[in-house]
Every structure is written in structure tokens, then in C-alpha cells.
Design a protein around this ligand. Structure first.
Ligand code: F6P
Length: 299
């Protein structure tokens, strides 16, 4: 019997649960059985698999996190053969992996190891090649935006130099989106570090015009704390830093993420049913999951 194995990997993302439910519904509509892997690739290696039909998943669809649990597996490359064998012995004939870039490269390896696998882009970082938006990104931007607005409210009233640090790993998509949406004076992203004089110049110009400034920075910006300390010394003001931390990864999925999760999960189930695998489900334009696979990687 065709059996879909659902697996979440890497950092959880709001909307993962909606995608799991939607994938289960689509698979069951085709007469497939649905199993859930607990704890990502680590759980798969340990054989932690049990039935997760759509009706069991439904109450979780509107919640954040990942009901199946997830994991990070350094060096999944060496263990992928064992993972595929475990999946087969649990009765899984096809797999759907939800995760970010490393996790989805792992899905590509799983497919190459003989288990037909499709990937679904789900990470707050929005860093999956071949997808314009990942499930979870919109929710993480929406989590941060009211806090950025609130910082501006108070920074305008009692003039302050404020900074807001977002998650995002070594990418700046989250920080950029939050900064653009709230009208930050400067957005610091790891992909394009600013020279210290340019940063000081931009912040000083904002302070000169209206006595307050807001910087939005990605956690992955090189030596962020040192950069902010040096900036505060340069402009002669105390800088107040707010860190969003892991709270930004939790919370209920936004409407946009729920809709994206539902659409991509349906598409993923359809791809598998039509005999396609080794690809990322993305709006009718699936790309191969083998984007720039390094020899050693964390899945
Ligand atoms: O899943 C992506 C992410 O949330 C990044 O934004 C962040 O840097 C990282 O995961 C944190 O990972 P961990 O929870 O393993 O510390």
C-alpha cells in the first residue's frame, strides 16, 4: 500500500503543522496511508514512526511549532542509507520532508538513497533556493513587526537610539523584511556588511533630523554586538538593543503561511502520486532538491 511518511527537520516554523495536515488529507484522498516520523531525521534513524492520519493532525493545524518534533542531524550524509532503510522497514513508501535548505538537501539525499521524497520549503529564514517564500517566514515577520513599531513609538517620544535583532541564521531576509516594513533607518544583513563610517553616517543623519533612530539587524551580522558598541561610542549615545530570540520562531501561523502551507502540501502529495520525486514543491515549478549539496552538511 502506498504510504506517505511525514517528517519535519531543522528549525520548526509556523505553518508546518498546517502543511502536515494538508499533506495527510491529500494523501488520504488518494487512498494512501499516512505515517508521521517523530523527531526529524534523528527519529527516523531510531524508527520513531507511527500513524498520523489527517484527523489526528487537524487540531494542530492552526498552532505553531511542529507537532511531530524535529531535529538537526550533523553529517546526515553518512547516515542517509540507514535512514532510507529504516523508513522502508516502517512501511514508508514515499516521504515528504518539511524544512529549510540543509533539511531539504537531506531530503534530496534520501531520495537518491531510494526512498521517493519531495521537499516542502518551511523555515522562518526564507533561504530555500527555488522558492520565493518559505512557510513560516511571513509569520516570523509579523511576529517582529508590532515590536519594531512599538520600539519606534517609544524611541520617538523620549528620543532614543534603538536596535532590534531578529533571527535568520546567517541570512538577512527576515531582518530586511522587518526593517523595510517598519521603516527602519538602517538594516544590517550578513550578506552585505556596512563599513563602520557608513553605518555611523546613516545613523547620525537620522539622529540629526529627528533625534531618534531604529536599526534592525540580523543575528548573523558579523560581530553584531561589537559593531553596535562601536557605533554607540561614535555617535555618543547609549544604544538600547532588543533581541527577539527564539520567540520569533513560535506562535500561530499567519493566514498567508497557512494558505501557502496548504497549497504546497497539496502540490507535494500530487507530485508523489504522479511519480515525481527528488524535487521541491513550489507553485507548479518544482526544482531539484540537490541545490549546491556540500559533501558534509547538517540536515
Ligand atoms: O530554523 C532557523 C533558525 O530559527 C534560525 O533563524 C536560527 O538562527 C536558528 O534556527 C536557531 O537554531 P537553534 O534553535 O538550533 O539554536
Amino acid at each position: 500500500m502506498n504510504t506517505l511518511g511525514l517528517l519535519c527537520s531543522g528549525g520548526d516554523a509556523p505553518g508546518m503543522n498546517m502543511a502536515l495536515w494538508a499533506a495527510a488529507r491529500s494523501a488520504e484522498a488518494r487512498g494512501w496511508r499516512v505515517l508521521g516520523v517523530h523527531g526529524g531525521y534523528q527519529g527516523l534513524l531510531g524508527g520513531s514512526v507511527e500513524p498520523w492520519p489527517a484527523d489526528r493532525l487537524r487540531p494542530f493545524a492552526r498552532l505553531g511549532g511542529a507537532v511531530l518534533g524535529t531535529s538537526r542531524v550533523p553529517d546526515f550524509t553518512r547516515q542517509v542509507g540507514a535512514a532510507a532503510a529504516q523508513a522502508r522497514s516502517a512501511g514508508i513508501t514515499h516521504a515528504l520532508v518539511l524544512g529549510g535548505d540543509g533539511s531539504l538537501r537531506g531530503a534530496g539525499l534520501l531520495n537518491r538513497a531510494g526512498l521517493p521524497t519531495v521537499g516542502l520549503p518551511a523555515t522562518i529564514d526564507n533561504d530555500v533556493p527555488g522558492s520565493a517564500a518559505t512557510v513560516g517566514f511571513d509569520s516570523a515577520v509579523n511576529f517582529a513587526l508590532p515590536l519594531a513599531d512599538a520600539l519606534l513609538d517609544t524611541a520617538e517620544a523620549l528620543p532614543r537610539l534603538c536596535a532590534l535583532e531578529t533571527l535568520g541564521g546567517n541570512t538577512g531576509h527576515l531582518a530586511q523584511a522587518v526593517g523595510d516594513a517598519c521603516g527602519a533607518d538602517v538594516v544590517l544583513v550578513p550578506e552585505a556588511p556596512l563599513a563602520a563610517p557608513e553605518l555611523a553616517g546613516r545613523v547620525s543623519a537620522a539622529l540629526a533630523r529627528r533625534r531618534h533612530a531604529l536599526i534592525v539587524a540580523s543575528e548573523g551580522y558579523p560581530a553584531l554586538e561589537g559593531v553596535l558598541d562601536a557605533l554607540a561610542r561614535e555617535v555618543g549615545l547609549r544604544l538600547r538593543l532588543t533581541r527577539l530570540g527564539h520567540a520569533q520562531r513560535g506562535g500561530r501561523p499567519s493566514a498567508r503561511d497557512r494558505l501557502l502551507a496548504g497549497a504546497l502540501a497539496g502540490e507535494a502529495a500530487d507530485l508523489l502520486a504522479r511519480g515525481h520525486a527528488g524535487v521541491l514543491a513550489w507553485r507548479g515549478a518544482p526544482t531539484l532538491l540537490e541545490f549546491a549539496a556540500p559533501a558534509q552538511q547538517e540536515a
